[in-house]
Design a protein around this ligand. Sequence first.
Ligand code: SAM
Length: 295
Amino acid sequence: MNSSIDDPVNARQAFKVSMRAQWNTAAAGWDAHAADIRAWLHGPTDAMCRMAGVSTGARVLDVAAGSGDQTLTIAQQVGAQGYVLATDLSPAIVALARDNAARAGFAQVETRVADGEDLGVAEASFDAVVCRLGLMFFPDPLQGLREMHRALRPGGGACTMVFSRPEKNPCLTILMSTALKHAGLPARDPFVAGGLLSLGQPGRIDALFRSAGFDDVATTAVDAVFRLPSVDHYLAFVRGSASPILQILSPLDTAAAEAAWSEMRQRLMVFTTQDGWAGPNELLMTAGRRPKVTT
Ligand SMILES: C[S@@+](CC[C@H](N)C(=O)[O-])C[C@H]1O[C@@H](n2cnc3c(N)ncnc32)[C@H](O)[C@@H]1O
């Protein structure tokens, strides 16, 4: 996000309008790759649920839920006596989350279109809150964390998952730098609010959790190698669903965009192994607790 724009409130709103449009476009592609995403993230997702304190019968808020892959995991864990509210900025992706939960037979799941910075849920109405690969897209992540804190009952837990430092996520830096170069745009500071890697700076997300009022804040870095049969499978995923890259390339004509994809493919080939393709990623899992009320 360009934080130098004079009116920061309007700039944040404009950023979110654009983000919503991007994810409305990418929604079907993200959902179509749900099986690959599940294989990639199922371990970190289980850890996220554990760190937030998701348990049988719990009421869980899923922020920036996308098409609801982790929502299904949570629904399984809370069981029929529990409740999951899956929220997201994009109406198109929320509709997919609702269909996926219904198809899986999870009556304990509800969905709602909601900006994570203004969730509109009742104060202290959830036992746990999770946010998988969403918070880094918020122009004001501190406000997002304040909303999660407000939604939690005293003693309830939150856990977020974001990408860590650029050098630990080389596939993302290759995609981003190649797309920017072909679009004729300057390199971007990866830590500017709202970007894919914006919360990867060491210590940043812990500080935000504490500022939002959380106690017992701890971050764990987790290796999450994305394993696919080939680089072309990864590119198909990116081309269908990686909204930040698609947005950068959107002004280019077909030939110019194809030249960018071709260079990305060539650079990403470096992660080809004997068993397929293995793209390194590192995630930060941050947990915190809303303090119990003291008398
Ligand atoms: C990478 S997807 C992750 C989706 C899902 N959590 C998953 O891991 O499969 C990022 C999601 O963040 C959502 N998002 C971006 N900005 C948001 C905001 N301000 N409030 C709520 N959701 C937002 C997007 O609409 C998108 O669905």
